[in-house]
Design a protein around this ligand. Structure first.
Ligand code: EPZ
Length: 419
């Protein structure tokens, strides 16, 4: 297993860029199942999760030609697919459940392994199933698999009991080919939902309201393949902004979209950073030492849970104590024990973590446990005195495209060690 070794050596300075958004690419790739023919997706990030989704599509009989240098993938979807997503793949990436809606809608049948829990929480899919049932799908759970059957899905008015990003995406994709109109109430409002609706509408769907909590879909009889360039990754961009903030640096992240990161930008400014839109991206200048701030994660447009671990790392050397409340996932503090090994003073009580800022961190061997926790440890290593070795960086590779290269280009003393 590879590791990343970092030696704290002062401010990050320079220009980098955000790659395509993982959490837009995954539902968009799954949506190819809605339309037979040749799809072309551009600005696709080179990530482990993307290659897992391509494997899922290939097991169904699709062809997928990935070009790393062009960041493009051609997908050929046949008329008939094998509508199954096996446990072996779903257990490595729960976002595989995003094939459920498209398969039920266009192929009338789906057999998708129930995703297990993961490090950050149980992450059930009860709302996904509730939405598909509301559209007329018969759902059975047998031998750890979800079996969905439907002659033709029928549009309906439905509401989620809680806000779910991929749940909204699954139902929106299914409703695109349902007969009649669907209204989704209490829908998630993430930019990735708006991006998926843009792609579906390019394919011929009739979706309005994406990005609000009420999405209206007029079902159509068929969709056509698409050529689409995917939006930049706001969480990767936010992580790179925090790299500037935590090292007192000055970094321009090109392609980052300010409107996608308003809550984070507000908090970075509150912590004493200068954050400004510039040259088709966002520039962040960090002070020598940030001020402590309080964070409560919420669904978009609130503070994103996917930035909680990174901002916690930032708070470990802040002036003062910060109170962080994780409201979305029940176990998203796996990075705390590892940050403590680096000298951080953090106490956790249920969903609340109190971070008492210390004058410095010291480098140490630490272990990545999940995607954003691993980013948090890399960021802490940039600030820490001495050497930090982050183990199990396969977690990082799921959602960051060569992060160490991007940080190296900003002056970090960082390298990947093959393990
Ligand atoms: C998406 O996960 C993202 N993944 C996550 O990003 C992100 O953290 C999360 O949304 C929240 O913003 C992708 O888009 C591929 P949810 P998702 O359904 O859709 C509960 C990353 O780091 N829930 O919005 O799985 C659930 O347990 C990843 O890039 C149910 O109870 O999240 C959680 O507590 C991590 N029943 C909360 O809702 C359901 O049927 C929000 O989950 C669905 C969800």
């Amino acid at each position: 297993m590879d590791a990343i070794v970092i030696k704290g050596n002062g401010p990050m300075k320079g220009v980098t860029h955000a790659s395509g958004a993982k959490n837009a690419a995954l539902p968009i790739l799954a949506s190819s199942l809605l339309a037979e023919g040749e799809h072309l997706y551009r600005n696709v990030p080179d990530l482990a999760d993307v290659s897992t989704m391509l494997k899922v599509l290939r097991t169904m009989g699709c062809e997928a030609d990935w070009s790393a240098e062009k960041h493009e993938v051609h997908i050929r979807v046949p008329k008939q697919v094998l509508p199954e997503a096996p446990y072996e793949l779903v257990k490595t990436m729960r976002a595989s459940v995003l094939v459920l809606g498209p398969l039920a809608a266009r192929h009338g049948r789906a057999r998708v392994s129930m995703p297990g829990g993961c490090a950050i929480g149980a992450r059930p899919i009860d709302q996904h199933l509730k939405g598909l049932k509301a559209l007329g799908a018969q759902i059975e759970l047998t031998e750890g698999y979800v079996e969905a059957k439907a002659e033709r899905l029928i549009g309906a008015r439905l509401g989620f009991d809680l806000i779910t990003v991929t749940g909204t995406e699954n139902v929106m994709m299914a409703a695109a080919l349902a007969k009649g109109r669907t209204l989704i109430e209490n829908a998630a409002r993430e930019p990735e939902i708006e991006e998926l609706a843009r792609v579906l509408n390019k394919m011929g769907a009739k979706i309005s309201g994406a990005g609000t909590d009420l999405i209206s879909i007029e079902g159509v009889d068929g969709l056509k393949p698409v050529d689409h360039a995917i939006i930049p990754d706001r969480i990767e961009a936010g992580t790179l902004l925090v790299a500037a903030a935590i090292t007192g640096g000055d970094v321009l992240v090109k392609d980052a979209v300010p409107e996608h990161l308003e809550a984070l930008i507000f908090k970075l400014r509150e912590a004493g950073c200068t954050v400004t839109p510039e040259g088709g991206g966002i520039r962040c200048r960090g002070p020598a030492r940030v001020k402590a701030i309080d964070i409560k994660t919420q669904e978009h447009p609130g503070f994103p849970t996917d930035m909680q671990a990174q901002v916690m790392a930032l708070m470990t050397t802040a002036e003062g104590a910060s109170v962080i409340t994780e409201n979305i996932f029940e176990n998203r503090y796996m990075h705390v024990a590892e940050l403590r090994r680096m000298g951080a003073d953090i106490t956790v009580d249920g969903a609340v973590a109190v971070v008492r800022g210390q004058p410095k961190l010291s480098g140490a061997p630490v272990m990545a446990t999940d995607l954003r926790a691993s980013a948090s440890l890399v960021l802490a290593g940039l600030r820490a005195e001495g050497k930090t070795t982050v183990g199990r960086v396969y977690h990082l590779d799921r959602g960051y495209e060569h992060l160490e290269r991007k940080l190296m280009s900003l002056g970090a003393d960082i390298q990947r060690v093959k393990g």
